[in-house]
Design a protein around this ligand. Structure first.
Ligand code: ADP
Ligand code: MG
Length: 481
């Protein structure tokens, strides 16, 4: 299989995992010759129908790992059987496109549904009874509430980026969706719930023999009672659950297992749990105070001449401003964040994937899952709010064995945040300096970026509840785990 010929024979290594011929053709067509480690692990197990928790580093092919077995096992022409949930609209689009490519020679329809655009489009797409629906939680709930999407025939549930899907921001939505599944709902029988949770608690403790902190298993017990109860009471739940991510905490794993049928297969690609960042990403931090960051960025971009770069910002407002400044200074870039209309967001992603511009200024809505070939540089202009987000941000480069560089700007006050990230990734990030960069003393009033000599007329910005001014003394921790 080391044969590197251009013409595509059916990939035997995938055939050996039980992948059906029509999908093999699709894989051959897009140049998949050999399964990645997580695909090698996950595909054959998924074919057996057991529930799976899969962990593998960013950019190692998790989409195909869950997508291929699902596409092999859905029955064409029998309605929606698979629901895949993703945390962002962009990722829903990407996952649906990937699956469509795998299924190119298979009569299976894959549809993406997500917010920010007219529901009429979804209605039309769903009227063709797609076998696979990929969506974001909000829109999926909307469609379920309107009776436009039905879960009665669901046989496969996938949560991509499961740790994000089960963190505090999405947890309730996921519970809302999953509790509607056949065999998962026990609303009319609240009485035995507590007993059921106790029983499951015992199960979890037995199961988590390897986990040091296993005895705090049910810390959020009441929050997921309904799902727990259902699972305990209906061992024949009619669907297979596949949850994947690059990063898991113990708490998330426990929460995830509540939606799964034991025995759950936990499949971890080599190294993914010990050192979550990809070795091929060269990582550095650069010291810069808020008022110097823009200058440093310009010098860094000049030195590095990135093929494709993503600059990550904490806030929508920050992303808007930075993009404006870079554009003003002649650097061709686009921005993506939640203040943009969805059609613009879609166009920006398409443009970036199509190589229409080189620098993308983004909030964390682009930090998870987004796969763009050839991203050479990740610049963390703002330190990520949560150390695990760092892993995902820098995972946009060095995908599938390619190389990449990641830089992070750190102010004097952010030493602790750097340490937390280093602890999470289990390595020390070396410092770098950029020639010609001379730190300046603080200006009287620290502006967000170098002042723009010709500020364009602009409307008053929308108040952004998430916004945090750069250089503010105490970053407010919005989200706690
Ligand atoms: P992850 O979800 O693990 O971050 P993706 O599923 O987005 O990774 O895959 C990363 C990239 O690798 C994608 O561009 C995908 O098309 C490519 N890829 C995945 N599996 C294979 C394979 N077996 N052979 C070649 N390329 C692959
Ligand atoms: Mg992914």
């Amino acid at each position: 299989m080391s044969d590197k010929t251009e013409h595509p024979p059916l990939p035997e290594a995938f055939a050996a995992l039980g992948v059906r011929n029509s999908i093999l053709k699709g894989l051959a067509d897009i140049g998949f010759e050999k399964p990645s480690e997580i695909q090698q692990l996950l595909i054959p197990v998924a074919m057996t129908g057991v529930d799976i928790l899969g962990q593998a580093r960013t950019g190692t092919g998790k989409t195909a790992a869950f997508g291929i077995p699902v596409l092999c096992r859905v029955e064409a022409g029998t309605g929606t059987q698979c629901l895949i949930l993703t945390p962002t609209r962009e990722l829903a689009v990407q996952v649906s496109e990937d699956l469509r490519r795998f299924a190119h020679f298979t009569p299976v329809k894959v549809v993406a549904v997500y917010g920010g655009q007219k529901i009429q489009g979804d209605i039309k797409a769903l009227s063709h009874n797609p076998e696979v629906v990929v969506g974001t939680p909000g829109r999926v709930i909307d469609l379920l509430d309107r009776g436009l999407l039905k879960l009665s025939g669901i046989r496969f549930i996938v949560l991509d980026e499961v740790d994000r899907m089960l963190d505090i921001g999405f947890r309730e939505d996921i519970r809302n969706i999953l509790s509607r599944l056949k065999g998962m709902r026990r609303e009319s029988q609240p009485a035995p719930q507590r007993q059921a949770v106790k029983a499951m608690e015992a199960d979890l403790l037995v199961e988590h023999t390897g986990d040091g902190g296993g005895n705090r298993a049910i810390d959020q017990g009441s929050a997921a009672l309904e799902g727990d109860d259902a699972k305990i009471n209906s061992p024949q739940a009619g669907h297979q659950t596949i949850f994947v991510s690059a990063t898991f905490t113990e708490e998330i794993e426990r929460l995830a297992r509540r939606y799964m049928r034991e025995p759950v297969e936990k499949l971890v690609a080599p190294g993914a749990d010990e050192k979550p960042t990809v070795d091929k990403v060269e990582q550095y931090y650069l010291s810069a105070e808020p008022w110097d960051k823009y200058k440093l960025l310009r010098l860094l971009l000049k030195r590095e001449q990135p093929d494709l770069a993503i600059i990550f910002m904490r806030t929508k407002h920050g992303a808007e401003k930075l993009a404006k400044n870079l554009t003003h200074d002649g650097i061709s870039c686009r921005e993506i964040h939640g203040n943009l209309a969805q059609n613009k967001r879609d166009a920006v992603m398409k443009g970036f994937k199509g190589g229409k511009f080189d620098v993308l200024v983004a909030t964390d809505l682009a930090s998870r899952g987004i796969d763009v070939a050839g991203v050479s540089h990740i610049i963390n202009y703002d330190v990520p709010e949560d150390p695990e987000v760092y892993v995902h941000r820098i995972g946009r480069t060095a995908r599938m064995g390619a190389g990449g560089k990641a830089y992070m700007f750190i102010t004097k006050e952010q030493g602790d945040e750097l340490t937390k990230i280093e602890n999470t990734i289990n390595m020390v990030i070396p410092v770098d300096t950029v020639e010609g960069f001379v730190p300046r003393p603080p200006p009287e009033k620290a502006p967000m970026f170098a002042p723009n000599p010709n500020p364009p007329a602009q409307k008053a910005p929308e108040p952004d509840k998430n916004s945090m001014r750069l250089g503010a003394k105490l970053p407010s921790r919005r989200r706690r785990r």
